[in-house]
Ligand binder design. Structure first.
Ligand SMILES: Cc1cc2nc3c(=O)[nH]c(=O)nc-3n(C[C@H](O)[C@H](O)[C@H](O)COP(=O)(O)OP(=O)(O)OC[C@H]3O[C@@H](n4cnc5c(N)ncnc54)[C@H](O)[C@@H]3O)c2cc1C
Length: 391
């Protein structure tokens, strides 16, 4: 029987658990398998790379061979895992190689959700969820520029990723139009006043917003692309970027016979329902919580590494504020737990917005917050007042 810990996925979740495990155990064989190039990069930088003049190549902080050396691990790149056999504790790579494991860690991330658009240009819609996506996006922007076309980008989704890309495109001199079925920006994370201020600032910088409309079809036209919206209106654009959400990748977990809900169901030790199979990162649903952000996956990686090195450890989630990378109007949000009974109270000045979400039955108990402009400096102080999500 193998004594290896085999990690599928070389994103922040996969590499962080490998790093944490290597700190605790110098000897255990570690294998990291990825269907991408397995270079180490920080995914959040994909949505401010244009402003930083980064390319897909310069976003890579360490290529796969350097990661292998640093981790004293085998790193298998550009190779998908095709099959998982949990009874035999083996997986099969796309090329046919069989790799056995002592413990299997699924860090397979999530797929961008695709809108079922009609029209002869529907297949040109891009989303940016990894380095290869970013390379395609950057190339498409350059191609439009070379064609002499006005650089118009329609962004589907006014959530965190959509607003970040809108801000980043402004840095390239492109005026994006952001569309959403909701009636405001970051509707699921911010109170209305904070959404309005973010929208105002992005508009002042050149972005446009259309709310309460969905995209229905995308056609090629004489002057670029024509996006038809659910209210019957049309929008001329050169490129459509979709940022409407993510769907955890659960196929390998399902093959292994593990329980799956929205994500791969794991307990606080990141264990699936199948012995010796674990999951973390964007693919994992921890005690019903799907939190596709960096701080949760770092906490998961530390806990899982301890468990894998023989010290069973439950993940703890303190309050974890998310920085929205919109320099036009700096925003930090620590969303209240889903379904929490409470209310927002908002104080605004020219230079800041401070929104506190407090419990209905305990008005002094802070459950979440949103800070904008100069108020973002209070992030640490407020985070300390918010109860842990998983204590
Ligand atoms: C544009 C953007 C900006 C973001 N900004 C922020 C931010 O500012 N702050 C924040 O906290 N979070 C941010 N996030 C979210 C954060 O980046 C993610 O939560 C995190 O990077 C997810 O890491 P992961 O390792 O779980 O998944 P991924 O990075 O998606 O890695 C999944 C890995 O699994 C591999 N894989 C999948 N299936 C297979 C298979 N069958 N065989 C082999 N390999 C496979 C893939 O090749 C990949 O290596 C952002 C996300 C995006 C897209």
């Amino acid at each position: 029987m193998s004594d290896a810990v085999v990690i599928v996925g070389s994103g922040l979740a996969g590499y962080n658990v490998a790093r944490e495990l290597r700190k605790l155990d110098a000897a255990v064989p570690i294998v990291v398998i990825s269907r991408d190039q397995a270079g180490f990069y920080s995914k959040p930088m994909l949505s401010n790379a244009l402003a930083g003049k980064k390319t897909a190549a310069t976003l890579v902080m360490k290529p796969a061979d350097k990661m292998a050396a640093e981790l004293n691990a085998r790193v298998v790149s550009s190779t998908a895992v095709d099959r998982v056999d949990a009874d035999r504790r083996e997986l099969t790579l796309a090329g046919g190689e069989v790799i056995a494991w002592r413990d299997l860690v699924l860090a397979t991330g999530a797929d961008p959700i695709r809108l079922p658009l009609q029209g002869d240009a529907a297949d040109t819609v891009l989303s940016v969820n990894d380095l290869d996506d970013f390379a395609r996006f950057a190339e498409a922007l350059d191609t439009a520029a070379q064609g002499g076309a006005v650089q118009r980008v329609a962004i589907l989704g006014a959530g965190l990723i959509g607003c970040e890309f809108a801000n980043d495109l402004l840095a390239r001199g492109i005026e994006p139009t952001v569309l959403d079925l909701a009636d405001r920006a970051l509707a699921r994370l911010l109170p209305p006043q904070a959404s309005a201020r973010l929208q105002d600032k992005l508009q002042a910088a050149g972005a446009r917003f259309r709310f309460g409309v969905g995209a229905q079809s995308l056609q090629r036209g004489p002057e670029g692309l024509v996006l038809t919206l659910s209210d019957g209106s049309t929008l001329q654009t050169d490129l459509v970027l979709s940022a409407i959400g993510l769907q955890p990748r659960t196929a390998l977990a399902q093959q292994a016979g593990a329980q799956v809900a929205r994500g791969v169901v794991v307990d606080r030790q990141l264990a699936t329902s199948v012995p010796h199979v674990y999951a973390l990162g964007d693919c994992a649903e921890v005690e019903g919580l799907l939190l596709p952000y960096v701080l949760p996956l770092m906490a998961q990686a530390r806990a899982l590494a301890a468990t894998l090195s023989g010290k069973p450890t439950a993940v703890a989630y303190p309050a974890m504020p998310v920085v929205v990378k919109t320099p036009a109007w700096p925003t930090v949000v620590c969303p209240p737990p889903a379904g929490a009974a409470g209310q927002w109270s908002v104080s605004e000045t020219e230079e800041s917005v401070e929104a506190r979400f407090t419990a209905i039955d305990q008005p002094e108990q802070l459950l979440g917050f949103a800070l904008q402009g100069k108020a973002v400096a209070q992030r640490q102080a407020l985070a300390q007042q918010v109860p842990a999500l998983l204590g």
